[in-house]
Design a protein around this ligand. Sequence first.
Ligand code: SF4
Length: 469
Amino acid sequence: MESVNLQSSLQTDVQTQAEMTQSSGRHDRNQDIGLGRGVYVSTYGCQMNVNDTERMYSLLEMANFTPVKTPEEAELIIINACSIREKPVHKVYSEVGRYRKLREKNPGLKIGVGGCVGQQEKENLIKNQPLIDFVFGTDNIDSLPNLVSQVFTDKAKVIQTKFEHRAPYHVETLVRNPGVSTFVNIAKGCDNFCTFCIVPYTRGREKSRPMSHVLMDVRNLVNRGVKEVSLLGQNVNSYHSEDGADFADLLKKVATDTGVERIRYTTSHPKDFNEKLMHVMADHQDKICEYVHLPFQSGNTEILKRMNRGYSREEYIAKINQMKKIIPNLVLSTDIIVGFPGETEEAFQDTMSLVEEIGFETIYAFMYSPRPFTKAAQFTDQIEEKVKNERLNRLFDHQDKIAFEIVKRYQDQTLNVLVESINEQGKAQGRSTQNKLVYFMGTADLIGKTVPVRITQPFPSVLRGELQQ
Ligand code: SF4
C-alpha cells in the first residue's frame, strides 16, 4: 500500500554522527546540564503538543534549565510545532527568523525545533534555516536533556527523529503545576491512515500505556490536588493495555479506583466507539462527563470512503442515536473538513444537513489542505481555495444558528461548575460537565471546587451565570 511505503521511507531516520554519540547515553536525566540557563518553548498545535511542551519543560527543569516567559530571557529556545493544518513549516521559519537579533546579541543562544514539524522535516529545517541548532521528533522528547547537552557542549548540529518502534510506551505524566485540571496521555500515534491526515507519519504507530501506569499517574495527580483529568490519545477508542483492558475498562477504573472527581477524554473515532463504552459512561456519570467529541469529517458517504474513515453517514448517525439513548443528556461536538478533494456542492450539502440532524453544540471546521506524504494530497480533483472558503463560511453561519438555539436550553438551568480560575475583578471561570465554559462572580476560595451555577445568559461559546448558595 502506498501509505505504508511512504511511512517506512519517512521513518528511515536520519542518524547523524551526532545522534549516534548522543544515543550512547552520556548524560543522566538529572545531571546539571542546564546550569540554570533560561529555556523558552514556543508551542502551537493540538492538545497533544501542549502536553508535550509541558513534558519538555519538566525534563529540562530536572536538568537545571529555568523555564522563562519570553524568548528574550532564554538561552535555549524550542519551537514545538504541529503540522496538521495551515502552513506549519513556513510558520517555523518565520518564527526562527524573528530570533536572529537575539542570536546576534547572544551568540550562545541555541534554537531547536520539535513536534510534528521536526518529525516531518528532519534535516531540511537545518539546511534551510542555519539558525536552527537541533531538530527532534515526537518520539524523542525524553532524550531532550541529552540532546540539548550535546548541542551546548559539542557545539554540533543535532538531528534526532528516530521512532522507537519496539520500545513500549512507558512514560510517567510529567506536569510541573497541574492545577485543577490536567491531561494524561494514554496512547500515542495512530494506525488509521485517514487519507488527509499526517498524524500516522509524524506520531508513528499507535501505542498504549499500560492501564496500571495510567491509574498510578491519575492517583498521583489527585494527591497533588488535581480534580479533573482528560485522558488523551489520537484515537482513545482503540486503546489497549498490555493486560487486555480496552478503553471502556480503563475509563471505568479511572472512575472507580483513583479518587479523581471528573473525567474527560479525547479524541474518539466513530468506527471504534462501542456500546460497552456508552454503558460505562452512563453508569459512571457522577465522574465521567456526558460530553463526547466525535469527529465525522464529512456528511457524505463517498467522501468518507475517500477519506478512509471506516464508516458511512448512516453508520455515524446510527451510532450517535445509540449514544443518545444510552448516555443521558449527551452533549456532542465534532470536527469537519470542508472542501476535501472531489467534494461537490451536493456532498457539501450532506455535511450541512448532518450538522443540523445531529445538533452539535460545537463544531471545529477546517478547510482541507494537502499535507505531505498523505494519499489525498495526490488526488487530482482538489477544490479551489475560494470555493472551500465560501463553504466554510456557510457552514459556520449554519452552525451559529443551530448552536444559538441549542444553548437556549441552558437558560435558568443550574450546572455543576468546576472552578479553574478567578481574576482580580472576582470573575470566576470554570467548566461544566457539558464542557461549557462558564463565567460568574465568585471568590478565590472556590478554585478547585465544584459549585452550582444558575445560567442567566447562554451563548454558543460561553455561559454566564450566578453562583447558587
Ligand atoms: S484517526 Fe485521527 S489521527 Fe488517525 S489518521 Fe485519522 S484523523 Fe489522523
